[in-house]
Design a protein around this ligand. Structure first.
Ligand SMILES: NC(=O)C1=CN([C@@H]2O[C@H](COP(=O)(O)OP(=O)(O)OC[C@H]3O[C@@H](n4cnc5c(N)ncnc54)[C@H](OP(=O)(O)O)[C@@H]3O)[C@@H](O)[C@H]2O)C=CC1
Ligand SMILES: O=C(O)C1=N[C@H](C(=O)O)C[C@H](O)C1
Length: 259
């Protein structure tokens, strides 16, 4: 059976990668590609349709899943469109979009009452392993100072990155920390149990996350470096093929990896 995948934000940095990854994946086809104002653009041979056609495209093409890398407001609109679409089977919604407010994220999750929904701030398999390892390191090194540095290209809008926020939740769940300190300036000595968070934006860097644990005259640095956006696109297509045909509910990328 062919898995039909719709792609939103198709002319963006990630959208282009996802269209290419779907086309290259055996057993998958691009059901449609859309973007805000595509003006007749094609991506990897696929004509990009305007976002206003989403309802029609969902009902005419009946995709198994939609993969979304756009922005928080548009991801929410697309998730709602999938949840409300009159299709024979529920359309799975896979989104890697980051930068949601807590309120917007709760609204996104609400769509999972009627469709299978998977959100991951990072679709690199190595990052999933990093999340696991960081939790263990913090548990093993009580009292060590913890700092997080994330580095991305100069076009990134949100800070800290979605992945950084995910790593911070993991760190906070496993240690006694008083709060996050986003950058330092002037007379600002480190507070004993704070977590320093630093967001660098420069050039075309794909994405790096480093957690530094230091104490006891030693330091441990755990680093993930994405060398190519194709790694995120491949993970998102893995998630889309995995979610196709599943019942409504909220799923994690770890569910895809662990199966
Ligand atoms: N989970 C993961 O593994 C990864 C997540 N990301 C996240 O994915 C998101 C996108 O990143 P990136 O591709 O670099 O960003 P880009 O800005 O390059 O692409 C976003 C695309 O979405 C489009 N878009 C925005 N709003 C709408 C809308 N309302 N309707 C239709 N299209 C819309 C933009 O169109 P326009 O050009 O008109 O603005 C653009 O084409 C970010 O939140 C980023 O953090 C990125 C990489 C990996
Ligand atoms: O915007 C990006 O580029 C990336 N965003 C994600 C995030 O915010 O964590 C994942 C990856 O680091 C690339």
């Amino acid at each position: 059976m062919t898995v039909e995948i719709g792609v939103t934000g198709a002319t963006g940095r990630m959208g282009r990668e996802v269209v290419a990854a779907v086309r290259d994946r055996e057993g998958c086809e691009v059901a449609f590609a859309i973007n805000r104002e595509p003006d007749g653009v094609t991506v990897d041979g696929t004509t990009v349709e305007p976002a206003g056609k989403i309802d029609t495209l969902l009902e005419e093409r009946e995709p198994d899943a939609v993969v979304d890398f756009t922005g928080p407001a548009s991801a929410l609109e697309y998730a709602r469109a999938c949840a409300e679409a009159e299709t024979d089977a529920p359309v799975g919604f896979v989104t890697g979009t980051t930068g949601f407010s807590d309120e917007a994220f709760a609204d996104l999750e609400a769509a999972s009452e009627s469709i299978p929904l998977l959100h991951a701030p990072n679709f690199a398999r190595g990052v999933q392993a990093l999340v696991n390892v960081v939790g263990q390191a913090v548990r093993n090194l009580p009292g060590y100072d913890v700092e997080l540095v994330e580095t991305h290209h100069n076009g990134k809008r949100d800070a800290p990155s979605g992945t950084a926020n995910r790593l911070l939740s993991e760190i906070e769940a496993n240690g006694e920390f008083t709060g996050r300190n986003h950058g330092r300036e002037g007379e600002e000595p480190r507070e004993e149990r704070e977590i320093g968070v630093h967001a660098l934006r420069a050039g075309t860097i794909t994405g790096e996350h480093e957690v530094v644990l230091a104490g006891n005259d030693e330091e441990l640095r755990l680093t993930h470096r994405a060398e190519d956006r194709g790694v995120f696109a491949a993970g998102a297509v893995d998630a889309a093929t995995w979610i196709a045909g599943r019942k409504a509910g909220r799923y994690e990328f770890a569910d895809v990896i662990d199966e």
